[in-house]
Design a protein around this ligand. Structure first.
Ligand SMILES: [Zn+2]
Length: 227
């Protein structure tokens, strides 16, 4: 199976599809690709994070370089071949400005895919919404009727809603997987510069054993809150 995963920022791969992605990699039979949409440069911009005033003094270019490197290290850590990592390098927080170019870059990558994995619709984060729109836009322009549409939601940006309950499922992880995810988190050193964020991330991975995902079909696009 060719699986193409969309990550809006370097670190969303872990908090979105991360837990189940580890299982797909372990199955050793899939051609797994990751698209990192933005370079994460805005993460210390005042107002982007709860404690951004405590962020280090770095230029946004430096932040982008650091986070892009972290995205690549994460790919290496989980064991996806480096040539299957596609960095779009859009500036983050630019949201909808990137959608058109994002669709063009995405088309060749998903045209022969079996499953795409991307953030939910009605997303409160502009880049996560843009990523959803890129994935859907590219799929629609190719009319990918037999593709599996696998949706995740980063909890702070919204929730799965009742209207597509039948499409959702719970994914439970064991302690070993939870430990693996905590080791993965250590790669995103940039996020440890802001203490509140780091504490929140660390606690989340220590505590959460249940993830929710959902799966849809082409003809269901636009029919549900999450899709
Ligand atoms: Zn994100």
């Amino acid at each position: 199976m060719k699986i193409v995963i969309f990550e809006p920022h370097p670190d969303d791969l872990l908090f979105g599809p991360g837990p189940i992605l580890v299982e797909w990699i372990n199955e050793k039979k899939h051609d797994i690709h990751v698209i990192t949409i933005t370079d994460g440069r805005a993460c210390f911009r005042v107002g982007e994070q709860a404690d951004s005033e405590n962020a280090p003094l770095m230029s946004e270019d430096e932040v982008a370089t650091m986070r892009t490197k972290e995205a690549m290290e994460a790919i290496k850590f989980i064991g996806v071949p480096m040539e299957n990592h596609h960095l779009f390098n859009f500036h983050d927080a630019d949201g909808q400005k990137n959608v058109k170019a994002g669709i063009e870059k995405t088309i060749p990558l998903i045209k022969n895919a079996d499953r795409i994995v991307f953030p939910s619709n009605n997303n409160s984060h502009v880049d996560h919404q843009a990523t959803h729109d890129i994935a859907i836009g590219a799929s629609k322009s190719l009319a990918l009727k037999y593709l599996e549409y696998f949706v995740y939601f980063i909890p702070s940006y919204g929730k799965f809603q009742e209207d597509s309950k039948d499409h959702q499922f719970e994914y439970i992880i064991d302690e070993e997987r939870a430990k693996n995810l905590q080791e993965w988190l250590e790669i995103y050193k940039s996020q440890s510069f802001t203490k509140y964020t780091w504490k929140m991330y660390t606690r989340f991975l220590q505590k959460i054993r249940k993830w929710i995902y959902s799966i849809y079909k082409f003809e269901e696009i636009g029919k549900y809150y999450n899709f």
